[in-house]
Design a protein around this ligand. Structure first.
Ligand SMILES: [Zn+2]
Length: 240
């Protein structure tokens, strides 16, 4: 990694430390996105080339997107596409994910979010196929997802309508939503949190599905969900 950076730096012709700092930051976002693509496969949150991921640099407002239709285990930093919040491509020669506009619409409307993973998770998608929301039935769901996960109305992949329906289903503070007959959108303040969102959503869907098969699941009260979400956001962890 260090060798690659030194080589790129020496070949870049950059002469001052702020250019160098920008190059380091740029590389970190790209490396993080490449690593996250592999993690999505390893965590079984998608198969083959489906799904996509993005990161936002909150300082510059740049968005880093995975390329379209490339296997995650072959994507390198050069394949990452960088654009601004209006969708103008700033860097990269690959065609970006077909859901580029969906990612950008979420970032423009949710300043609290800097990472988005679009997953195709099996158990969550059972409810997406039924066009059903997933209620808060486990404490982890209340803490990490903040309540009911809504299913966005169906629209074709890659369309503006899908982006609009997604934003509506997420609302102003939702951390995840289902895409009807398609998959899920999972948000985070960073990539680590986006994966937590995706993992907890899939766990909650799996447990809810099993509970439905043997009885009538008890949904957590709005009051308890609000208490746990607030605790997670403001008091959970060392030093809070
Ligand atoms: Zn998809």
């Amino acid at each position: 990694m260090e060798t690659d950076f030194n080589q790129e730096y020496s070949e870049s012709g950059l002469t001052n430390s702020s250019d160098m700092l920008n190059l380091i930051r740029n590389m970190n976002y790209k490396a993080e996105l490449v690593r996250a693509g592999k993690e999505m496969l390893n965590r079984h949150l998608t198969v083959e080339t489906w799904g996509n991921l993005s990161l936002r640099d909150p300082e510059k407002g740049y968005v880093y997107l995975t390329p379209s239709a490339m296997p995650y285990d072959t994507i390198t930093e050069e394949d990452v596409v960088v654009c601004d919040l209006d969708g103008n491509i700033l860097e990269g020669s690959r065609k970006p994910t077909v859901e580029k506009d969906l990612h950008l619409l979420v970032y423009r409307n949710r300043p609290d979010i800097n990472a988005i993973i679009h997953t195709h998770p099996e158990d969550s998608l059972v409810f997406g196929v039924l066009h059903q929301d997933i209620p808060a039935v486990i404490d982890e769901g209340a803490q990490s997802l903040g309540g009911t996960v809504h299913c966005a109305e169906y629209a074709l992949p890659g369309t503006e309508q899908l982006a609009i329906n997604t934003l509506k289903a997420l609302g102003k503070d939702g951390m995840a939503c289902l895409l009807a007959n398609h998959g899920a959108i999972c948000l985070g303040k960073d990539m680590k949190e986006a994966f937590k969102t995706g993992t907890v959503l899939e766990m909650e869907a799996r447990i809810y599905l099993k509970a439905l098969s043997v009885g009538k699941p008890v949904v957590l009260s709005d009051e308890n969900v609000a208490y746990m979400r607030d605790f997670m956001l403001h008091h959970y962890g060392q030093g809070k």
